[in-house]
Write a protein that binds this ligand. Structure first.
Ligand code: SF4
Length: 197
């Protein structure tokens, strides 16, 4: 009986479905990209308030999805050592944050009327893909621009995560995922501060 209850799946074991839904809904309406903010804010809130990585360990749908896909498609090879180093993980975090700031700036330029809305998705910060799956004529341009930028970030990190999953172990992306690095850094600082109090 005990084994049965241990194996019983909880609601959070199915959050990988939310990740698939999120990526699919963005195809039909780019404004769904805004929902991705949940995946940005929840891990930060948990690490700031609790000082732990419960989001990564329990609630991250992307981590679950990579693990699931990895059972079929991963080569299951060890990840290269340099991807685990501090300089790479924090360097990648800084790069990711600067791309995020750039996306916010592009949104601002549309907000203040300097630029027009660009209905494109930028993949891996390089490839520009026209994305006109729905009519945005009634939407405030900066709201749509943020959605395009944010969806680009989410798709890009998913693609890199999948490539890493295929080449190495299923959740190898988690080794250098910017959100994982950021929350780990927050937890280290928070726990140090708590010890010194
Ligand atoms: S490291 Fe990134 S992808 Fe992996 S579980 Fe944490 S937030 Fe999710």
């Amino acid at each position: 009986m005990k084994i049965e209850s241990k194996n019983k799946k909880k609601w959070y074991n199915y959050l990988w479905i939310a990740t698939i839904l999120y990526l699919t809904l963005g195809l039909f309406n780019i404004l769904f990209a805004w929902l991705g903010l949940i995946c940005f804010l929840v891990p930060l809130i948990i690490s700031f308030t609790k000082g732990n990585k419960a989001y990564c360990n329990i609630y991250c749908g992307r981590g679950q999805l990579l693990k699931l896909m990895g059972t079929k498609f991963s080569r299951n090879k060890p990840i290269p050592k340099f991807l685990k180093t501090k300089w790479f993980r924090y360097g990648f975090l800084i790069f990711f944050l600067s791309m995020f700031a750039n996306m916010l700036f592009s949104t601002y330029l549309v907000f203040n009327g300097t630029n027009n809305l660009k209905e494109i998705i930028t993949l891996i910060w390089t490839f520009k893909v026209p994305w006109k799956f729905n009519d945005l004529s009634n939407i405030t341009p900066w709201i749509a621009q943020f959605a395009f930028g944010f969806y680009s970030i989410m798709l890009t990190s998913t693609i890199i995560g999948i490539i890493t999953m295929l080449l190495y172990k299923p959740r190898s992306w988690c080794v250098y995922c910017p959100m994982g690095t950021a929350t780990q850094g927050i937890c280290i600082i928070k726990n140090k501060l708590n010890k010194n109090v």
